[in-house]
Design a protein around this ligand. Sequence first.
Ligand code: NDP
Ligand code: AKG
Length: 412
Amino acid sequence: MQNIFEMAKIPLDKAAALIKINPAAAKLLAEPERTLEVSIPVIMDDGRLEVFTGYRAQHNTALGPAKGGIRFHQHVTMDEVKTLSFWMTFKSAILNLPYGGGKGGVVVDPRNLSRRELEGLSRGYIQKIAPVIGEYVDIPAPDVNTDSRIMGWMMDEYSKVYGRLAPGVITGKPKTIGGSAGRGSATGRGVMFTVREAFKKLGIDARQATAAVQGFGNVGSFTAKLLYDIGVTIVAVSDVQGAIYKEDGFNPYAVEEYLKDHGSVAGFPGTSSMDNAELLELPVTVLAPCALESQITGENAGRIQAKIIAEGANGPTTPAADELLDQRGVMIIPDVLANAGGVTVSYFEWVQNLYRYYWTEKEVHARQEEMMVEAFAKVYEAGQQYNCTLRVAAYVVALERLTEAMKLRGWY
Ligand SMILES: NC(=O)C1=CN([C@@H]2O[C@H](COP(=O)(O)OP(=O)(O)OC[C@H]3O[C@@H](n4cnc5c(N)ncnc54)[C@H](OP(=O)(O)O)[C@@H]3O)[C@@H](O)[C@H]2O)C=CC1
Ligand SMILES: O=C(O)CCC(=O)C(=O)O
């Protein structure tokens, strides 16, 4: 199989050829500006010393400081983190945010850690990457298996290292210590906004539409709930233990309550069980993969029946699947647009932290909606202009901003 970073560059190369960017600009985007690998010692509850491996990648900072989440997962690799930072560069540029792309990760299955061990690892990671992050350098945020509580510990640790309160060094924090209203739901809300815009283009009535959502964590749960709120029938959701399905739909808010008590969506009353692969192939209007990379591949793309794929996750569709789905007329709202609501509200959080002046939830939602509707329209228009997929169109929009910024800064 092709390396994930090489696969990620395929739409970039297509967009670069369409708008004929300077080869020097393409070279600057072909590799991250900086990568860092760290070893993080943690004294475990039983007194043993465990050493974890962590990474941070900063892909491109032409438009501003690097920005992007931190993932805790047993399969994290440097290649994955590099790729995730690459996607962040384009995501930020598409939303016209004053940011570049960054991402971090630690190789760990956090389910095997106690609360004390998790806090030790989170603080240890920040101690190790502190020299390369900062409010105007690189601003981390949550990703898979990291949440506001972990962001709070990390902000505290960075503030201790430098002896000053630095809320703007990390976003996705609890509200009391500088988090923004609306950040928790932001990524799923953005998925909903882009699906709603796609419905308008395709003449689909939300109340006649169905959706299947893979993953019921931060992104998947809010995607399901907010699509439900606009009238979409949610027929399937899943987590790592499997999927639940009901042809005439269920209430995702009730599933969330069930998950709190049972630790999984599996077994939610009134639904039948299926596996994550089957969920992807359901006959639905919208399929929203909101878990991990490479779920829709050349192998299963031919069996996908959705009209719209809204990529809540980063990189859920491989290039081979992308091509097959395009030939079959499936509209893919690409990750760099569909899930950009998270970084958009992270940007609002950072601005509020720098000003120490906070907005209401209503203000956050309204500003997020305005920016995402505009980004969707710009990408859609580029798709029409260049007769290309929305993914390639998104890279066109980003490249126009990135190449100009690199040129103006004298990088080529
Ligand atoms: N958080 C954010 O703001 C943003 C996240 N993203 C992307 O969205 C995706 C999900 O992130 P997020 O929601 O934050 O992560 P979470 O850790 O909150 O949730 C991940 C969800 O995916 C499930 N899952 C994990 N592995 C599998 C698998 N192999 N098959 C099926 N389901 C699986 C998890 O199940 P279980 O709980 O059982 O482990 C959980 O329901 C990632 O690709 C991330 O990069 C993109 C933009 C912003
Ligand atoms: O909120 C952020 O800064 C970044 C979120 C993220 O990691 C992502 O969009 O993939």
